[in-house]
Design a protein around this ligand. Sequence first.
Ligand code: CO
Length: 291
Amino acid sequence: MTPARAREHVTRPRPVEDLVVGRATSDGAGVDLIRVLSQDLQQRLDPFLLLDAFGSDDPEDYIAGFPDHPHRGFETVTYMLAGRMRHQDSAGHDGLLEPGGVQWMMAGRGVIHSEMPEQQEGRLEGFQLWLNLSAKDKMRSPWYRNIQRRQIPEFVTPEGVTVRVIAGSSHEVTGALRRPTTDPLYLDVHLPAGARFAQALPAQSNAFVYVYRGDLSIGTRAVARQHLAILANDPGCDGVVVRAETSARALLIAGRPLHEPIARYGPFVMNSQEEIVRAITDFREGRFAEP
Ligand code: CO
């Protein structure tokens, strides 16, 4: 692990605009999960469409996995904290996602894939984030990258905060991936009790913090475990400052909004209803599986 290369200068931190509690649901072949960012927030948190947190010690909750299903028009980012997940898709790709690793998949014009737990026992824990694509990128050829734990840059601040930089950059440490247009920042921040962490954010970007261990505070607001704090977009604010009330872990995610219409039907996210109808037809007629 490397020390932080620079400090982030935040003089006017963003306040919390709203706190959202994750909602228990299930998806795939009956996998229990917490939907943290749901469809009603996709406009406010543009370009982010969804964040699911899954975590269980009971294989009954996850073993059925996510058998073959399609996606079109956006990117899925799967970050594993514990356990292993096998990915296979219609383009013939096959990869094993291991603890601490990330799979970044650009569905583009369409993939059919499965995401299946590769274990019969033990803990499975992680997150899946959906990141929208701009109209000009929705019908691009799909691709994905498996990023193993050791390929994700990590640094530690003088206050002992450990930061994993999955995408974007923080404290002059460049993350494992950069994406055009939405320019996402995806950090996993581990704070000892009492520590503070500052991150500069462009004023126009939409940003949120999801606490998955312990308790944080942001400005005057307490943010407990399993809560998502939407950060206000006040002009003049230049970042965020979080403080750990206990030892805590959180995701800090930000991106540049697309400001485009969102038409969404299940795993298809396009700009118009006509494009959704087209996606359904293409899927039914087998055009997702074509190279
Ligand atoms: Co999927």
